[in-house]
Design a protein around this ligand. Structure first.
Ligand code: GDP
Length: 426
């Protein structure tokens, strides 16, 4: 059975923790999109880890972790992440990398930096991991597939020289930087070949067999619905689809095999980078939520940047669940809100004097003002509680109000960052 774990918001919903938890009962965990640009924070018996490219199931001896064809594969980054885990006592994970995954090239990172620099105040707030240049090249058909590393060396060299010709025009005349040596790039690719060789596999065929054998497979999404290039807050989005449906393509399996779409929704809002964020809060109110948020504060797992903070946005989250095709919701970081006397929930957007419950396109979103319903806080520590009925009544009211707004059952409530801090509600 194939299950997807994806985010309904702007990312950082706590998908890593939920995947790590569900991985215990899974055979295979697959990353299907994105690259090393976002991070999952996972706390388990081995310690605290920020994973950027490895799937969140790497801590279990019985699981196979797959980097699917849809991923932006930064090879040295992947190898370092594996080494780092092993050096901290985690058993060597079983990892397979799709032979159809494309390689994130050193110049993708440079172009990401150069372009953000060129845009100055109009920059995207990119993590500068090379993701946008990578996907641009993939769809412009000038990317490098892992399989090409194992093809004829001369053909590879010829392609590198051909592509660097156009890249260097931009480097020289648009960015005014030092030209990139194609020979260096070619040599780097040969190094990458040696690094990645032990992991390369036809992962789509592997998954086809695994599905036939009835294995439990998890597809692990990165970021959330609102960062999807089609349905998110374009252009302040990421460059690959963050939706469960894309999981089928990015893993190489039929769409109809995805039976369960666990959508992770955060009990308040946070976002990194620029872009529309209707229920955003500022000043002391935001600082306090940021400081108390997540595990040790709301700061980017990859960049350490302070995240932008806001109240729960029912309009955005309902839309986020719908675009994911959510079959169930995991509501996370609820414990953080225990300090508040009152908790606002954004239930509508006022746009040009009219209130809507539908999430609009970006140009309307820019004008949207939040309409709040204020719920009473429960003013209690809820960490350590294991049963839903033991939660304070006001806390249950908050959960049940959100569930009604989302129109999807909340089956899990996460009340702490640890693997076992979860309340099931089936
Ligand atoms: P992801 O990218 O969706 O996996 O999210 P991140 O890992 O970037 O952010 C989630 C943060 O919240 C991490 O620091 C988690 O350890 C933490 N976290 C996850 N679930 C909970 C929870 O229920 N309560 C608290 N306090 N922290 C949580």
């Amino acid at each position: 059975m194939v299950k997807a774990i994806v985010g309904a918001n702007w990312g950082d919903e706590g998908k890593g923790k939920i995947t790590d938890m569900l991985a215990e009962k899974s055979d295979i965990i697959v990353r299907f999109q994105g690259g090393s640009n976002a991070g999952h924070t996972i706390i388990n018996d081995y310690g605290k880890f920020a994973l950027h490219i490895l799937p969140s199931g790497v801590f279990y001896g019985h699981t196979t972790s797959i980097i699917g064809n849809g991923v932006a594969l930064n090879i040295p980054y992947l190898i370092n992440e594996i080494k780092d885990l092993v050096s901290k006592g985690v058993p060597e994970p079983k990892i397979l990398v799709s032979d159809r995954a494309q390689i994130l090239m050193p110049y993708h990172i440079l172009f990401d930096q150069y372009e953000e620099e060129r845009l100055g105040k109009k920059s995207f707030g990119s993590t500068k991991s090379g993701i946008a240049p990578f996907y641009s090249d993939k769809y412009a058909k000038i990317g490098f597939q892992v399989s090409e590393l194992f093809d004829d060396e001369e053909a590879l060299k010829e392609k590198v020289y051909r592509i660097m010709e156009t890249k260097n025009v931009l480097v020289e005349h648009l960015y005014h930087k030092e030209k990139i040596d194609p020979e260096e790039i070619f040599k780097t690719l040969l190094d990458y070949r040696d690094m990645i060789r032990p992991y390369v596999c036809d992962t789509s065929a592997y998954l086809h067999e695994a599905i036939k054998e009835g294995k439990n497979i998890l597809l692990e999404g990165q970021l959330g619905s609102l960062k999807d290039p089609d349905f998110g807050i374009y252009p302040m989005v990421t460059s690959s689809s963050t939706l469960a449906s894309y999981g089928a393509i990015g893993a190489g399996i039929p769409g109809y095999e995805i039976k369960d779409i666990v959508t992770v929704v955060k009990a308040y809002s946070s976002a990194v980078g620029a872009g529309e964020f209707v229920s955003e809060i500022f000043g002391d109110e935001a600082d306090e939520l940021r400081r108390r948020g997540g595990d040790g504060g709301e700061y980017g797992a990859t960049t350490g940047r302070p995240r932008r903070m806001g109240w729960f946005d029912a309009v955005a989250s309902r839309y986020g669940c719908r675009m994911q095709g959510a079959t169930e919701v995991a509501l996370t970081v609820l414990d953080v809100l225990g300090y508040l006397d009152e908790i606002p929930i954004c239930i509508g957007y006022e746009i040009d004097g009219k209130v809507t419950r539908d999430f609009p396109t970006t140009h309307l979103l820019k004008k949207a003002k939040p309409v709040y319903k204020v719920m009473p806080g429960w003013k209690e520590e809820i960490r350590g509680i294991k049963e839903y009925d033991k939660l304070p009544q006001k806390c249950r009211d908050y959960i049940e109000f959100i569930e009604k707004e989302l129109e999807v059952p909340i089956t899990m409530v996460s009340n702490g960052p640890g693997r076992h801090e979860i309340i099931y509600r089936k």
